[in-house]
Structure formats: C-alpha cells, structure tokens
Design a binder for this molecule. Structure first.
Ligand SMILES: [Fe+2]
Length: 124
C-alpha cells in the first residue's frame, strides 16, 4: 500500500502512460528566485494547456510552503476549487515570507490525478 505522497505524480516519477501527461498536468510556478523578508510579492500557478470540460478538467490547485528551519511542514498557503468550463486553471496569490523555503504547487485533474511542481525561493 502506497503512502499518499507516493500517489502524487512529478515529472521525475511519472512512468508508463503518465509520461504523456507531464506537460499538460505539471503545474507551472512563476515566482521570483529571491525576495526580501516580509515584502509582498505575487506568484502565479497555472496548468495546461489542458481540456476544461465537465468530463475532464483541473478541479483544484493548492500551494504549499516548506519553510526552512520550521519544525513541521508544509504550510498551506492557498487552495482553489475550480469549476469546469467557467474557471481557468490559473491562480495568482500574494505572499510575504520571513524565511527561505520551497514552494509546492499541487493540482488535481479528475481523470489524471495529482501532479506536483516545486520551486526554491530565497529570502534575504
Ligand atoms: Fe487531465
């Protein structure tokens, strides 16, 4: 029996049929490499191009932070539930960090499961 984490696809771990879904399902994180402590900045997480129909769409995007030096991780930064057809799989959020860490974006496609991307962010 797999742990829940092992059920999340990543480009490195995808195999078999999932390899053909990497490009259309791995979230794209647009965020600065370096930010100043406590200074607000915007990040964007998007998925696709991907179908957006009632039968097949991106239903959820979540963004987490693994904060360096924190005893327990991750921190859930944002969670968006998306409605097929009407909502595009793109979220923009404004963050203000105190410490460096790694951003994780996880998206859920109703046909192709959970997919993860990550990006290091340094706070100076
Ligand atoms: Fe899909």
């Amino acid at each position: 029996m797999s742990s829940f984490g092992e059920l999340i696809y990543t480009p490195e771990r995808a195999s078999g049929e999932a390899v053909s879904k990497i490009e259309s399902h791995t979230p794209k994180i647009e965020a600065p490499d370096n930010v100043k402590a406590d200074q607000p900045f915007e990040i964007k997480v998007s998925v696709g191009p991907h179908p957006n129909t009632v039968e097949h769409s991106i239903r959820r995007i979540e963004v987490y932070l693994y904060e360096d030096g924190r005893s327990f991780n991750p921190i859930l930064l944002a969670s968006a539930t998306l409605t097929p057809v009407y909502t595009q799989p793109t979220v923009k959020i404004t963050l203000a960090l105190k410490k460096s860490g790694t951003l994780y974006a996880v998206e859920y496609c109703n046909l192709h499961g959970l997919w993860e991307a990550r990006k290091k962010i340094t706070v100076t």
